[in-house]
Design a protein around this ligand. Structure first.
Ligand code: ADP
Length: 626
């Protein structure tokens, strides 16, 4: 029979699995049991919506068997099974998104990271097996097929015999090595404890033949071994258990298994609601973003169960976009079992549950920010952008729900602080929330406009994400205090006296300034200022669009024609001002060159592109060569 090759990425992953870089090999069993449970869920759900399929709950079983001599473990289920095509596509490929890129020079930890991001899945069985045979009969096909593989060099698929619909996975367990004891997986006690540890919550019975040591003859003290088929797992889903009976590790194992994460969750929210709507829910905030989180491929949603049956793997209506990172399960009896997905979306119960969940997550995050800042910082680093995006999205309709959850770097505290914290600690006489936008904290720190605000003793929020200023603009004010960009021309920090002086200088030199503006063209005004300390020039903006916002618009694929209204400000106390005034009287040609160079400097500091670099470069050389 012709051997088929695994897709190249799958092959690389398999190599890693076979060479066992993953230290926790035990998890192979929970992966296979979890697949079996999914297949049972699928079949049962089909039977509810398709009258032709008859299934009774008692027939939905996972069975585990092992043979010490032959070194095999068999995991069988009576689930939906796989057709020949499904065997091919499900077991022949992993990482369907194709984004799994292995680099040769990656460290072991990075590789584990990547594997983790895609869920170790079925392939994890290769950590402990040197041969895997899968016999499956699909609910949609009368024939059964056998898929077989001995590892990275390929697999075969051939016709097989199987009476009942479902899947049987036969693992041939590896021989022991100096470092690894694979034989432990051929031990009844070990298998039982692995099921208990990782798969206890599975809602279908996981059955296994279990040996009982029974007293045969009391007088002679004779015992005999009796074998009995037993259900090993308690079958109570974790979200239905009493909270006091659940250990942290139970939550963690459940989360990692159910949501294919290699890391523990950052936060677990387990809560039940009774009243207008009744449901149990178990929610998780991941400790890191899934690899596809910030892409189009990411699907938000919570697993939705009703009457113990999985209705939907990812019910997106249960989560608003700004909390799309939350994973979890919702179980309610308020929805009818065979409800269609379209009707489900409009169901008032579902809407009510969704509203409840939204507010619960928000309260939990608020509490975390208040009481557990370290974890909140870590959360915010990962998902803060999503919250800020949520603020300005949909015309800012959710801003009031989210504004207490966001944080920005504070120049005074040199760490992230909330808007509330900023406002509470405002200096005497301060009536605005100052912010400065730029691509990094150090770049913002170097901005000429930041200097003067700091000198006044005011804290400045540094906006370093592209969404930040849009979010701030949407919020508009916090506790009645308005925001102001330090680069805004309206920044009103000068004393009356200074204002008078500035006004006079600008009036006295109005011709010079007008000529500069005309020469530059792309600017609404040039003015002298007293607010700059060391820097000779800076660019500020008038109106609603700041320079940082313009950069975001410029980066968009379609030109919206949105431009900041910019002002070139020249430090009146800097020697360059006198030089300009002198040149303006004596040497117009030289004055023009200086104007162009200074404008270019201001653009550079603002991080804006220079349209005519060659011209500016020759001008600079001309001037310095003198
Ligand atoms: P995942 O479970 O994360 O999708 P796996 O590699 O574990 O990834 O499995 C790949 C696919 O193979 C599953 O999504 C499922 O469609 C199919 N599959 C695996 N095991 C079974 C099974 N016991 N019964 C039916 N389908 C299965």
């Amino acid at each position: 029979m012709k051997k088929k090759e695994f897709k190249s990425e799958s092959k690389r992953l398999l190599d890693l699995m076979i060479n066992s870089i993953y230290t926790n090999k035990d998890i192979f069993l929970r992966e296979l049991i979890s697949n079996a449970s999914d297949a049972l869920d699928k079949l049962y759900y089909r039977s509810l919506t398709d009258k032709k399929i008859k299934v009774s709950k008692e027939d939905l079983i996972i069975n585990l068997a092992f043979d010490k001599e032959k070194r095999t473990i068999t995991i069988s289920d009576t689930g939906c099974g796989m057709t020949k095509d499904e065997l091919e596509s499900n077991l022949g490929t992993i990482a369907k998104s194709g984004s799994l890129k292995f680099k040769e020079d990656m460290s072991k930890d990075e590789k584990i990271d990547i594997i983790g991001q895609f869920g170790v899945g079925f392939y994890s069985a290769f950590m402990v097996s040197d041969k895997i045979s899968v016999i499956s009969k699909s609910i949609d096909d009368d024939s059964a097929y056998l898929w077989e593989s001995e590892g990275a060099d390929g697999y075969t698929i051939s016709p097989a015999k199987k009476d009942k619909v479902g899947t049987e996975i036969l693992l041939h367990i590896k021989e022991d090595t100096d470092d690894e004891n694979y034989s432990k997986y051929l031990d009844e006690y070990e298998l039982k404890s692995l099921i208990k540890k990782y798969s206890d919550y599975i809602t279908f019975p996981i059955q296994m033949m279990v040996t009982h040591h029974e007293l045969k003859d009391e007088e002679k003290h004779e015992y005999e071994d009796k074998k009995e088929l037993e259900t090993i797992n308690s079958m109570v889903p974790i979200w239905k258990k009493d909270k006091k009976d659940i250990e942290d590790s139970d939550y963690e194992n459940f989360y990692m298994d159910k949501f294919n994460d290699y890391d523990k969750p950052l936060k677990v929210i387990n809560y039940n609601v009774e009243g207008m709507c009744t449901y149990k829910s178990l929610l998780f905030i991941p400790s890191h973003a899934p690899s596809d989180y910030y892409t189009q491929d990411y699907e938000k949603g919570l697993a939705l169960y009703t009457n113990g049956v999985l209705i939907m793997d990812r019910c997106s209506d249960l989560l608003p976009d700004y909390f799309s990172f939350v994973k979890g399960v919702v179980d309610t009896d308020d929805l009818s079992l065979n409800i269609s997905r379209e009707i489900l979306q409009d169901s008032p119960s579902l809407k009510l549950i969704a509203k409840n969940i939204e507010s619960k997550i928000r309260k939990e995050l608020e509490a975390m920010m208040k009481d557990d800042r370290e974890n909140y910082n870590s959360f915010f680093k990962t998902f803060g952008v999503q919250l800020k995006y949520g603020i300005y999205n949909n015309f800012g309709q959710d801003k009031d729900k989210l504004k207490d959850l966001i944080m920005f770097y504070s120049s005074k505290h040199e760490k992230l602080i909330s808007l509330k914290e900023y406002v509470q600690e405002m200096a005497e006489g301060q009536d605005k929330i100052y912010y400065a936008a730029g691509s990094s904290v150090s770049k913002v720190n170097d901005m000429p406009q930041v200097e003067q605000v700091k000198e006044k003793g005011y804290d400045i929020l540094y906006l370093t994400d592209y969404v930040d200023e849009f979010a701030i603009t949407a919020i508009n004010e916090f506790d009645g205090v308005k925001f102001i960009n330090v680069e805004s021309k309206d920044l009103d920090l000068e004393t009356e006296e200074e204002k008078e002086e500035t006004k006079k200088i600008n009036e006295d030199n109005s011709d010079l300034l007008k000529d500069m503006a005309t020469l530059i063209g792309d600017i609404s005004e040039v003015r002298f200022t007293k607010k700059l300390k060391k820097h000779p020039v800076c660019l500020t903006s008038k109106g609603d669009i700041s320079i940082e916002m313009q950069k975001v618009f410029d980066a968009m694929p379609n030109d919206l024609g949105l431009k900041a209204d910019t002002v070139l400000e020249i430090n009146e106390a800097h020697p360059i001002s006198d030089k300009l005034k002198k040149l303006y009287k004596k040497d117009k040609d030289e004055f023009n060159k200086y104007t162009k160079i200074l404008y270019c400097e201001a653009r550079m500091i603002a991080g804006l592109p220079i349209d005519n670099p060659t011209e500016i470069s020759s001008l600079i050389c001309e001037v310095i060569a003198k």
